[in-house]
Design a binder for this molecule. Sequence first.
Ligand SMILES: NC(=O)C1=CN([C@@H]2O[C@H](COP(=O)(O)OP(=O)(O)OC[C@H]3O[C@@H](n4cnc5c(N)ncnc54)[C@H](OP(=O)(O)O)[C@@H]3O)[C@@H](O)[C@H]2O)C=CC1
Ligand SMILES: O=C1CO[C@H](CO)[C@@H](O)[C@@H]1O
Length: 373
Amino acid sequence: MSVQASSASIAGKPCRWGIMGAAAIARKNWQGLRWAENSRLIAVASRSLERSQSFILECQGSVPQPHEVEALGSYEELLAHPEVDAVYIPLPTGVRKEWILRAIAAGKHVLSEKPVTVSVRDLREIVAAAQKANLQFMDGVMFMHSARLEPMVAQIMDSERVGRVRRICSHFSFHAPESFFKENIRASDKLEPLGCLGDLGWYNIRMTLCGLRGQMPHTARARCLQTTGNGVPTEFSAELDFEGGTTASFYCSFHTETQQWAHFSGEKGYVSLDDFVLPWFGTASRWSSHQAQVVAEGCFMRMENHERYHAVDEIATGGSTAQETNMFRTFSNNVLTNSPDSYWPEMALKTQLVLEACLLSARKDQPVPVEAC
Ligand SMILES: NC(=O)C1=CN([C@@H]2O[C@H](COP(=O)(O)OP(=O)(O)OC[C@H]3O[C@@H](n4cnc5c(N)ncnc54)[C@H](OP(=O)(O)O)[C@@H]3O)[C@@H](O)[C@H]2O)C=CC1
Ligand SMILES: O=C1CO[C@H](CO)[C@@H](O)[C@@H]1O
């Protein structure tokens, strides 16, 4: 079936999805697919039929889809499936490129996990292939689909309350146990060679880019603070320079206990949040804006906080308003209206460009220019 025919035949119906790989994160996105009313999960493929069967059984027992989901014993079967329009690919980064390209060649729209690939070169190949085939390509950064993102960025850009943005800082980390470094894909040089920079730094970079409405830095200087024995980064920090004098720093690590905060500092105030990747459990997504002031009156000098709290109604995970549900909703809508949005591959590419410059800078131990998009 040609790509054109595949797109035309789905008008008026839900976007039909397949999941490639019984990954841990696919369980959360099983829910995203469950709650996005314009999406329907058709099949889950694993390299082992037993694994896709037990994955489906477990997920149906936890959050039932309103219909049966087919278990497949190979990724090839998923790509050949005539009823699947879009494929979600949560495979390890080291093996992902091949399957993304094969999915595109099979005429499937692709939602890929992050970090998309191990190099800018590979991602450019993917983006070009998807564009040529008129297919949607997107990376699975859920916070891009949170209802709080746009109002928060609008505040960061507010010339009255925040003023010109001078500095962005972010931190994303968790403390992994010993066993993680032996067993988890994130510590494998073959499966996740970008380590914490790919797993966590991808988000730091993306949030920094969002805070500046996509403006790219021109220079990166970075340090790999710790690696595994086979060179996988496990603790990393970087500094980015932007035109106009704005700077950003980020830190990501598998060694420091869980934190996920970002600060956007302007000449008049700042915006902050402390759950920028995985929203705190609850039914509202929050952030704060601040205009601290020192007030002197006679012999009294006081620091006034002037913090304002902002929130949008949004369930943290597992429901109709959750950011992962919005991700599938938006993606499916683009498929159903046959209008792939180039914003998504562009943001993925920008993120990978900054990431690669950081990696190179750390390896060379010197500042490196960031390639343009
Ligand atoms: N966006 C987000 O919020 C999140 C994103 N991620 C990203 O998703 C990716 C997967 O993470 P996670 O779910 O924790 O990973 P898992 O290890 O749980 O799953 C990876 C899956 O890939 C498949 N696979 C294919 N080839 C291999 C191989 N050679 N070795 C191991 N597995 C293989 C397996 O499926 P099978 O055996 O069924 O074929 C496996 O279940 C990572 O890149 C990670 O960064 C992870 C968590 C959250
Ligand atoms: O993408 C992800 C979301 O956050 C996790 C950490 O809490 C990561 O390990 C994961 O890969």
